[in-house]
Design a protein around this ligand. Structure first.
Ligand SMILES: [Zn+2]
Ligand SMILES: [Zn+2]
Ligand SMILES: [Zn+2]
Length: 137
């Protein structure tokens, strides 16, 4: 039996009863969780339910980018965005009140805001946009 045990990932010396060092263990868990989440997300996007939810959202939003629409610009939507992201809540995947049609450039802008402290504010704004779309400006 060797005198020391080393972490197979980073070659750090570790306690005999461990398989990996602490840092590698937490990295492995994180990777695994991300992998799990990606699998779940893939499953949702490949599902029949998503096709239905997506076309309902597109009908409701008239196939337009709702963000542009409220800026008095008519632009076709290019995707359906989850206001509360799938990574935060999978249960809202098919919830029509959580879906909004956007063009690519608005979508990118919105995700940029999501990375800031104004995420919740943006989510509230998007929710109010879909509520106030019908009936015009
Ligand atoms: Zn390690
Ligand atoms: Zn737009
Ligand atoms: Zn999005």
């Amino acid at each position: 039996m060797p005198l020391v045990k080393i972490c197979p990932r980073c070659s750090k010396i570790i306690d005999r009863e461990l398989n990996y060092c602490k840092e590698c263990t937490s990295r492995i868990n994180k990777d695994y969780n991300r992998y799990e989440r990606d699998m779940e997300t893939q499953k949702i996007y490949n599902s029949k339910e998503w096709e239905i939810a997506k076309s309902k959202a597109e009908n409701r939003d008239m196939g337009l980018c709702i963000s542009c629409y409220h800026n008095k610009t008519i632009k076709y939507s290019q995707l359906v965005h989850h206001i509360i992201e799938l990574k935060d809540d999978l249960s809202k995947a098919f919830d029509l009140n959580n879906l909004i049609c956007l063009c690519e450039s608005c979508h990118q802008k919105i995700h940029k805001v999501y990375k800031t402290k104004n995420k919740v504010k943006m989510q509230n704004l998007l929710r109010s946009l879909i509520k106030h779309t019908r009936g015009g400006y």
